[in-house]
Design a protein around this ligand. Sequence first.
Ligand SMILES: [Ca+2]
Length: 240
Amino acid sequence: MMKFTFDVTVSATTDDLEVRLMCDQDPNKNVGIGSLKIDALETEDHIPPVLQLIGPSFVTVLLSSQYVDAGASCTDAVDGVLAPNMTTSVSTALVGLQSVIYQCTDLQANVASIARDVQVVDDSPAQVVVRAGLYICVLEQDSYVEQGAECIDNYDPVTDANVTGLVDTSIPGTYSVTYTCTDSSGHTSQNASLVVVISGAPPGNLVVQLFSLQTSRSGMRSEGGSCPCTSWAHREIGLC
Ligand SMILES: [Ca+2]
């Protein structure tokens, strides 16, 4: 009788198996066959894998920027290193708090989950666009019609600006009107216009020092310095 020794390795995941032993040293005789039934006992595993975030559990990302999550790692005591699945993603087109959720499942269907909070923030205030321009002339005793300003934001829809400042057309002089925009993220921006109320007295008695700015904006004469308000102001309001 011949003796053979051999090793059989059974992994934790191997189903029951049968090892068949064949001996055919003598070709003139029937092949001897023996079998060895091996029952692979399942390893009891009710413990989920250890799932950990790579990087912090809270991050801040700018609106409309590219976000790439740092990932997660997963290790199971029985199954070893496993690949976690990212079940949600972040849209940087939306301001607010979002979550990236990872799950990891071992071979016994034990599940681990972990989440990273991602705050998408808008750091840009709205642009304040004054409808009537930054320099306006009104004749004394005429009515001043406030045309307001638009808040043009990178995220919020266009809205009207909040207007502060009074113009008294009964008193010639220069008035400041302030336009304020506050976007949904709380960023405030302002712009202001100067409203010149022109005296009804004969022209030439009121000089506007901002003439060079006005002409630059309106594309009229570009010489600097000052000039009587009534000459350019009348053009501005359509009287000449
Ligand atoms: Ca904004």
